[in-house]
Write a protein that binds this ligand. Sequence first.
Ligand SMILES: Nc1nc2c(c(=O)[nH]1)N[C@H]1C(S)=C(S)[C@@H](COP(=O)(O)O)O[C@H]1N2
Ligand SMILES: [Mo]
Length: 420
Amino acid sequence: MMKQPTSPSRSEFLSRRQFLSTGATFLTAVSVTTGAPHAEAEIKMPDSMLYPGVADEPYGTPSKHEEQVVRLVQGLTAKRTTTWSYSPIHRQRGIITPSGLHFGTHHSGIPDIKPDAHRLYVHGMTQKSLSFSVADLLRYPLTGNIRFLECSGNSWQQGAFAKPAAKTCAELYGLLSGSEWIGVPVRLLLSEAGIDPRASWVIAEGSDSGSLARSIPMSIMNNDAIVALYQNGERLRPAQGYPMRLLLPGIEGNMNIKWLRRLEVTDRPAFTKDESRAYTETLADGSIEGFSLYMGVKSVITHPSAGQVLPDRGYYEVSGLAWSGFGRIRSVEVSDDGGANWRTANLHEPVLDKALTRFSLPWKWTGQEVRLQSRATDERGNVQPGRADWRKVYHAGSVNHYNAIQTWLIDQRGTISNVF
Ligand SMILES: Nc1nc2c(c(=O)[nH]1)N[C@H]1C(S)=C(S)[C@@H](COP(=O)(O)O)O[C@H]1N2
Ligand SMILES: [Mo]
């Protein structure tokens, strides 16, 4: 259902053509910060044109003027070995997260692994046991793609608390990132070892002191799973699993084992601590859901979002991210009246399989209280649920796999807050 044009006092979404043709209005609305008229005499040479700049550095760093663009690192234990780093997704544009801003979930700190000494073992129900060095793996055909990675605990506050937590967009949604991941298809390594036809699971283990291990169905390993060596064109960062990690497109973050050292082929899941105690969900009827695997279709408006303030009335581009563990995003709709009316957003190219997808829609804020929402649909027809529907499935206080529609409340002062 498309929103009908409303009276001038109402906030409204615009088509791109309308947006571009409202240039003059746009400039008057925000002339404080952009597009102010100038006198010719003002166009004098800046200092940067008078003296040469500094020498380049071997490895580049972000501008010192962007030092506020950082992750929020939260220690969950006294010694801060267990940490969550929330990615500043409200400052990101496009679909790639810079590697230094990738979210992080570390259960037992970030180990320092010497690449030359590290081995990946493939064993269990195989014809032979194999071990691979980093150098061995680099000789295989390297493939991969741009994918999202999301912790299944992302947005946990929305499930945990009865009242909406006063949190920013990054705290609520920042356990999410998008990268280009390149490595060796797992199926090549498994087939080289020769899989026993009765085998149906692979247990993957990391070489950190938490020895995180997860059982992964063989079908996923034989599909698009890779042992990733490169992230965004360079070797993995230590925090992302250097020198190698499992990258399972669309699958809950926890199963993407970092600092990967072992793939054990079996005919049953191991029920490790990480898949029996942690990383399970309590359903509404009290039963426990485990091996939840795929991340559900989800979206969030990042611009504008909680923690920000609209400085003025006038034109804004509403923009956000959508993703689904089941494939491509087919459409995203946005609403500024709490879901009464929906308007189809523009999807920015490229729209990729199991990757973050950027959407946007020009919008005018007239200073009234509004409730901004986005609702994503993936190519399989999965539609992002409303909060009430999500809560029908999961038990009160259940925290994992929260993917309900987010509502940002913008009050008359332009202050934006989380109202679930
Ligand atoms: N070995 C190991 N692998 C791990 C973890 C860990 O603590 N140890 N954390 C897991 C969790 S809970 C998530 S969400 C993802 C996060 O990947 P990232 O830190 O690269 O963003 O890695 C997973 N793989
Ligand atoms: Mo996670």
